[in-house]
Design a protein around this ligand. Structure first.
Ligand code: ARG
Length: 473
């Protein structure tokens, strides 16, 4: 076997003042083409906007600008078609673009870097990249999971399960209400992503290395063609990555929500709950225990959270001690953001599949309601309706629960008459002993009453289908 060899170094963009190239160790730690090639299409777009502006302002010959714009677009199309691959000995994607342009165009290619620096170039391409990923989360990925949840909420409408606090059975709730809780969380995740899109829509290009450039550039024109506003301070715009922090924070919260849903899926699918039957496509078996059906997609989603949150902490750490302005430390922004993006996206999609391709066993819901004195609060509220102060009612029902526990009974096994024998104040409490009634009494906004949840379900169906129409999904 022959040992794989690193590509021969090409001349760096900055090689003029050096007699020799960088040591292998420096290239190893510094070269970024293997990962920043993911920015290539955004950099090509920004470079074309920049070149067009250089021509329009006669900063470079108009015919060179024309050739540059045409070639940058051609490269973009070739990459899209899989005909051009971003590879070679170049230090980074920006060097690759300039080398490729120069090989194709000669001197015109050597003019593309007029009035810009890699510092404003990379800050621009990276913002545009993050913006497009945020768009995909908002328009496609998050709604896919929301749709799966809404579909299940629809399918199990009317099924009553315990709502838990402290992982102890608390009160009856519609399972649909719980599923829609996740739809709400995801809606806020999408809103956060929209704010990230705004943070990314600020153009650093024109900031040069740090102080601006001594040419009559037209930043507004470049910004317009990239759908951005012009950044207001060159030092700030080449050196901050707060947009990346905001994006990683948005991804982290999204991942935290996915992870909570994943935990619920694991519980529901467990032999203890038996509430969710995982579809074959979204469960795995055991190599030794033939009967197993495991929720691996959900577990991996939960397990990958640390890695996403870690990228947020890493990005903040990279930024915290940086002197103004650009420092090479900033190159660490990309792998964090790329990996967090890929990880969260794959988790959203696997959770969407897991929810969509599993089935809730309605027949298990009854067993879940049978233990945990789920209607104790209802009974207390019944006493309150009879005029007792809530604290006294709480104590009365607390004493009852203690008594039932002593007899090994659950409140769900009791009827009005047997309760009235224990404490006459429970007379007339029959309605308080019905889980469905308990659910339907919570008919205010945000409550779990059937009417209320049905109306929320209709609203979400409307919103998601309007959005699918708008985004062509
Ligand atoms: N690869 C670099 C990065 O991602 C590009 C900017 C390099 N600028 C410089 N002055 N070395 O940050």
């Amino acid at each position: 076997m022959t040992k794989p060899r690193a590509p021969k170094p090409s001349r760096a963009l900055w090689s003029g003042r050096f007699a020799s190239g960088p040591a292998d160790s420096l290239r190893e730690v510094g070269d970024s083409l293997r990962f920043d090639r993911r920015l290539v299409r955004h950099d090509l777009r920004a470079s074309a906007a920049h070149a067009a502006m250089l021509g329009a302002r006669r900063i470079i010959p108009a015919k060179d600008a024309k050739a540059l714009v045409a070639e940058l677009r051609r490269m973009d199309a070739e990459i899209e078609a899989g005909k051009l691959r971003v590879e070679g000995p170049d230090e980074d994607v920006h060097s690759w673009i300039e080398r490729t342009l120069t090989e194709r165009l000669g001197d015109a290619g050597r003019r593309v870097h007029t009035a810009r620096s890699r510092n404003d170039q990379v800050a621009t391409a990276f913002r545009l990249w993050v913006r497009d990923e945020a768009v995909q989360f908002v328009a496609t990925d998050i709604p896919a999971l929301q749709r799966a949840l809404v579909q299940q909420a629809d399918a199990v409408m009317g099924v009553v399960v315990p709502a838990y606090t402290h992982l102890q059975r608390g009160q009856p709730v519609l399972l649909s209400h719980q599923l829609l809780a996740y739809v709400e969380m995801l809606a806020r995740d999408a809103e956060r992503m929209i704010r990230v899109m705004d943070a990314c829509s600020v153009l650093p290009l024109g900031s040069g290395a740090a102080t601006g450039v001594p040419y009559p550039i037209d930043r507004a024109a470049v910004a317009r063609s990239l759908a951005c506003d012009v950044s207001r301070n060159s030092m700030d715009s080449v050196s901050d990555r707060d947009f990346a922090v905001e994006y990683l924070a948005a991804l982290s919260l999204l991942q935290a929500h996915l992870s909570r849903l994943a935990e619920d899926v694991c519980l529901w699918a467990s032999s203890e709950w038996r509430l969710l039957e995982l579809g074959d496509e979204v469960s795995t078996g055991s190599s030794i225990m033939p009967q197993k059906r495991n929720p691996d997609g959900a577990e991996l989603t939960r397990g990958k959270s640390g890695r996403v949150f870690g990228h947020l902490a890493a990005m903040l750490t990279t930024l915290k001690g940086l002197p103004m302005t650009y420092n090479r430390d900033l190159q660490e922004d990309k792998e964090a953001v790329f990996d967090a993006t890929d990880t969260v996206r794959s988790c959203v999609l696997v959770m969407a599949d897991t929810v969509a391709r599993s089935r809730f066993r309605e027949e298990s819901a009854g067993a879940l309601l049978a233990r945990g004195h789920l209607l104790a609060t209802e009974l207390a509220d019944h006493l309150v309706r009879g005029g007792l102060p809530f604290r006294d009612a709480h104590e009365a029902v607390g004493a009852l629960v203690r008594e039932l526990d002593g007899r090994g009974k659950d409140l769900s096994e009791m009827d009005e008459r047997s309760l009235a024998r224990i404490d006459p104040r429970f007379r007339g409490c029959a309605a308080a002993l019905d889980p469905k009634t308990a659910v339907d009494r919570r008919a205010h906004a945000g409550g779990t009453a059937t009417k209320q949840v049905a109306s929320e379900l209709r609203r979400w169906k409307r919103e998601l289908s309007a959005q699918a129409g708008a985004s062509g999904a």
